[in-house]
Design a protein around this ligand. Structure first.
Ligand code: AHR
Length: 321
């Protein structure tokens, strides 16, 4: 009896001393794409911080850009009997079978920052993403506004082939420039969302376009590729930001540095905090069975050189960057 009450007292004291245990207590598996970009690294670190704050035991698996690794990770999370799974899917297709396995095991899956293509949307609880077509459109509208009636050849650095942001950001940009006959998308190739490939592909575009003199703007599906492109433009003896305009998506600190140097023109912000809304939805679902909306949409804000890039860059530090 004495032992039992001492143990109960100990448990209570531990609970009170540890707000972490008093909170969620969930175990969540997170299958992350990899670490291809500054934005991705920030998303990982925000997810870890959010989990810690809420007392969630986060099981992290880095897929190194491979869908097969993500499928293995999901199967392993199911085998471990986690309470929920976060999935940032590297590509949009090929998920039905493994998500059915999670559904059969009654483990809710939340998609983070990228969408999947499926006929059965009951395979996931909700998706926390931006409107990726809109992001491309915001970038395109900005460019249209800057170019006016001048002729402008644009080159495009696409994200990972088959990923939802690469598909949607291309679509949105093309919608924005449609009907503006002075603007043409002359070259488009994947740079896989990385700085290195962004630079390599931009070098090949420059070579093919009269040493870069025929290029009026580069549209990159993320800031890291834009930073690589800036490097390539400088090495070709041209001025990024003026000889060749640079427009991209993510809003990572490095692009604000480039904007403040006059070497990049605009970026569309994507918050790295996808985990906050995802955990909110999961906690409400687990606690009261409350179904979240199928899409939790994050904001897409345009930043240009006029927005005091230095100050924005400083403010971003500590937000996962
Ligand atoms: O899915 C979001 C995209 O993936 C980010 O824009 C990019 O940086 C990342 O790798």
């Amino acid at each position: 009896m004495r032992i039992r009450s001492t143990l109960a007292g100990f448990a209570l004291a531990t609970l009170l001393a540890s707000p972490v245990l008093a909170q969620s207590g969930m175990t969540v598996g997170f299958s992350q794409v990899g670490s291809e970009s500054g934005w991705r690294a920030a998303e990982t670190s925000v997810t870890r911080e959010e989990a810690k704050k809420r007392g969630i035991d986060l099981k992290f698996a880095d897929a190194q850009q491979k869908q097969e690794n993500q499928i293995k990770a999901i199967r392993s999370f199911v085998a471990q009997g986690v309470d929920a799974i976060l999935l940032a899917p590297v590509v949009a297709t090929g998920w039905d079978q493994v998500l059915e396995e999670a559904k059969d095991a009654k483990i809710p899956v939340v998609l983070l920052d990228r969408n999947i293509e499926t006929k059965d949307d009951s395979l996931y609880l909700t998706a926390v993403t931006s409107d990726q077509v809109h992001e491309g459109k915001v970038a395109g509208d900005y460019l249209v506004g800057q170019v006016g009636s001048k002729p402008c050849k644009v080159v495009e650095l696409q994200g990972t082939t088959g990923s939802s942001p690469a598909i949607a950001r291309k679509k949105g940009f093309e919608e924005a420039i449609k009907g503006h006959d002075n603007i043409s998308l002359t070259r488009s190739q994947t740079g896989d969302f990385t700085r290195t490939k962004g630079k390599e592909v931009m070098e090949s575009f420059i070579k093919a376009e009269n040493g870069g003199k025929d290029i009026c703007a580069v549209y990159a599906h993320n800031d890291d590729m834009a930073v690589g492109a800036i490097q390539a433009i400088k090495e070709a003896g041209l001025k990024p930001g003026s000889d060749i305009m640079v427009v991209s998506i993510d809003a990572v600190p490095d692009i604000f540095q480039a904007m403040s140097n006059g070497e990049a023109n605009a970026t569309v912000e994507l918050t790295p905090n996808m985990a906050g809304p995802a955990f909110d939805a999961l906690e409400a679902y687990k606690k009261d069975g409350k179904e979240p909306p199928k899409w939790i949409q994050t904001e897409s804000k345009l930043y240009t050189q006029k927005d005091d890039p230095k100050a924005v860059m400083e403010a971003k530090k500590g937000m996962g960057y």
